[in-house]
Design a protein around this ligand. Structure first.
Ligand code: AMP
Ligand code: FE
Ligand code: FE
Ligand code: ZN
Length: 290
């Protein structure tokens, strides 16, 4: 059983359409894939419509959240699985974030345009093509303009959170997002908790607090995590009784990694499914009594 619980499509900042993501998952030998686009569930139906017979699909999303701890606020990505997409708080918050991402994405582009970088707002909007706008869309415009040779290179310079063109966005309060996913019948897992500076906020004590407020798990195996970070996270999860997932965080050609390169233990997925309300169950042949 090869299980990848974190993958993006063109419904956010991946380069495969939901249908292409399904085909890529089957081609990569996956038995189970979760479609987890940023801040929206628009990819769910087209993914299910294109699901190959042998593949099981878990419906999810990656929520943009903010951890407000004693230090300064830190951006944290929170995976929500198997939640009801029509839950009122989620619908409202995802609509707000879509607008927030649009304004912020355009503010980033405006800064670059003012500095003479040859990209346009129209171009970035066309690349996003209706998906909530993310920095990788601007990255693709920078590649098309010949300013950088890859989106990854753009993240090291023009798109860096410490760079001159960065503009933050107003993300959902992390404990609120955990509560929202739980109220919608889903299970929450912190995405790449050591991937991008989150360690400053995600201390053992703070994760314990989140676990007390309904957090379901930690994404331990992720391409951005070193062996030492994985061991540290596994021990935190064990002490707090949290699930430990693994996933590739596939973004198509926007990021250099392959589907299934990190993956989740079948028994963990069975526990994750059992912890959900059943509002949006897994779709496909995989049984969950492994
Ligand atoms: P945003 O959501 O607009 O702040 O952009 C962050 C997104 O960019 C995340 O979802 C990451 O998947 C993606 N990202 C971060 N670093 C890189 C990188 N080095 N190469 C490609 N994509 C990246
Ligand atoms: Fe992304
Ligand atoms: Fe993420
Ligand atoms: Zn992701």
């Amino acid at each position: 059983m090869l299980i990848d619980l974190h993958a993006h499509s063109t419904a956010s900042d991946g380069t495969d359409t939901p249908a292409q993501l399904m085909a890529a998952a089957a081609a990569a030998g996956l038995d189970v894939v979760a479609i987890t686009d940023h801040d929206n569930t628009g990819g769910w139906q087209p993914a299910l419509d294109a699901r190959p017979d042998g593949l099981t699909v878990i419906r999810g999303a990656e929520f943009s959240t903010l951890a407000r701890t004693d230090s300064w606020p830190v951006s944290v990505h929170l995976l929500g699985y198997l939640f009801d997409p029509e839950h009122a708080a989620i619908v409202t918050e995802q609509a707000r974030l879509r607008e927030e991402r649009l304004q912020r994405g355009m503010a980033i582009v405006a800064k670059m345009v003012a500095a003479g970088i040859p990209i346009t707002a129209e171009q970035v909007m066309a690349i996003a093509n209706g998906a909530p706008v993310g920095r990788p869309h601007s990255g693709q415009a920078l590649v098309a303009a010949g300013v950088v040779t890859s989106v990854d290179q753009a993240f090291g310079s023009y798109l860096s959170g410490r760079g001159p063109y960065y503009v933050p966005k107003a993300d959902t309060d992390l404990p609120t997002a955990i509560a929202m996913i739980a109220a919608a019948g889903g299970v929450s897992v912190i995405a790449h908790p050591r991937g991008r500076g989150e360690y400053r906020a995600l201390t053992f004590e703070y994760i314990k607090e989140l676990a007390d407020h309904g957090l379901g798990g930690l994404e331990v195996d992720h391409p951005d995590h070193s062996a030492a970070e994985r061991a540290e996270l596994r021990s935190i999860a064990e002490r707090l009784g949290l699930l430990t997932t693994g996933s590739s965080d596939y973004h198509g050609t926007n990021k250099v990694l392959r589907l299934g390169q990190d993956h989740t233990d079948p028994e963990i997925l069975a526990r994750l499914v059992a912890a959900s309300s059943g509002a949006t169950p897994p779709v496909g042949p995989a049984g969950f009594d492994w």
